[in-house]
Design a binder for this molecule. Sequence first.
Ligand code: BJW
Ligand code: ZN
Length: 256
Amino acid sequence: MVVLTGAGISADSGVPTFRGADGLWRRHRAEELATPAAFARDPRLVWEWYGWRRALVAGCDPNAAHLALARWQAAWPEVHIITQNVDGLHLAAHRIVSAPAAGAGGGGPPSEEPSLYELHGSLFRTRCTGCGQRRESREVVDASSLASLPRCAACGSLLRPDVVWFGESLESEVVERSFELAEGAAACLVIGTSAVVQPAASIAAVAARAGAALVDVNIEATGLSQAADLFLRGRAAEIVPRLLGEPGEREPPGRG
Ligand code: BJW
Ligand code: ZN
């Protein structure tokens, strides 16, 4: 089973979506800021936006939809999550679900990394515009002036958020693996995406064409909902836990 998620799954955690009514940041549209041209023109403004989003997301927790998916993944290795989100909330849910229960003695085997593909990168990583070095980064960014922006410790060049902007290529290994999983999926569950950004939106279309049952969860219909076998209108945090149930209650399609 392939699960394709977008900003709508994190909306119930308090993370603003890109294209909804709350998608504007100080009168700027995401399409104006999430581009290499915007960063070349005004890196301070772009870093200010990312700094604001980092601080906002750092205060958000995974919701019932992230947690239900993480529980399914913990129970069944053939559940693969492909996300367009850069907020790290799927991984945070995995950590919560796989942490040893308090008082249970702890110290079980370390949990395996989940089958999670972050198509558009991460808010909490930087990439050097000079030498390309990537680094985990959670510190507060001082975007008060060009001189205060973060720079590479190795080569001194400006750092940028390690995310994929419009017109940039996604990491080829991640894209190839995502389409491979889509081709072999018995079901594709799409949650909270407007499905307008490529190539991510095509992952669901490819799965459907290859015979997967397509289920779409969204508060409003999108181009993908029309093609879905089942369109469940509603909030991700309400619908997804009801759809999946607890592991043991239902099994992923394609099993037995
Ligand atoms: C809820 C809810 C609740 C709300 N519960 N639901 C082929 C055809 C046409 C165009 C292209 C094409 N191939 C490439 C392009 C160009 C471009 C593109 O797709 N443009 C389209 C807009 C037309 N794509 C690219 O440039 C990509 N690169 C590429 O293809 O490289 C090869 C290439 C290079 C050069 C030329 C041509 C090809 C890169 C795309 C990178 C996108 N990056 C961003 C920013 C990432 C960093 C960051 O976060 O800052 O990714 S843009 C932004 O959109 C972000 C998101 O991941 C992405 C998708 O948005 P998403 O998640 O769908 O959010 P929303 O807000 O749109 O929708 C939220 C949904 O949730 C709504 O439907 C709500 O109803 C719903 N919802 N609350 C359930 N509680
Ligand atoms: Zn560098």
